[in-house]
Design a protein around this ligand. Structure first.
Ligand SMILES: [Zn+2]
Length: 95
């Protein structure tokens, strides 16, 4: 229900979200990264998405985050589920 994007945005939300992972990993070309950075300034929904993704990234990098504050943990777990990632499975499956 939120199809109103700010006019003048160089890229659509879908594109931004699709590139979010690469953006977080700093794998994007400079101009693409700049376009996304700009979009995040203009678009609060993508900006909040970015924040969550960023937290997820950090927590996953730390090994699924035993020490995260409960509210972050809950959000991250919900996010991971949405992304189809399961922390415990990941740890267990070593075959
Ligand atoms: Zn957006």
């Amino acid at each position: 229900m939120s199809e109103t994007s700010q006019s003048g945005s160089p890229c659509a939300c879908d594109d931004v979200l699709a590139d979010m992972d690469s953006y977080l990993d700093k794998e994007l070309a400079d101009d693409r990264a700049a376009a996304i950075r700009q979009h995040l300034l203009d678009c609060s929904s993508c900006a909040s998405e970015y924040k969550v993704e960023h937290e997820v990234k950090i927590l996953v990098a730390r090994g699924c985050a035993q020490h995260a504050p409960p509210q972050v943990h809950a959000r991250v777990r919900a996010r991971l589920r949405f992304l189809g990632v399961n922390c415990s499975d990941r740890e267990i499956r070593e075959d």
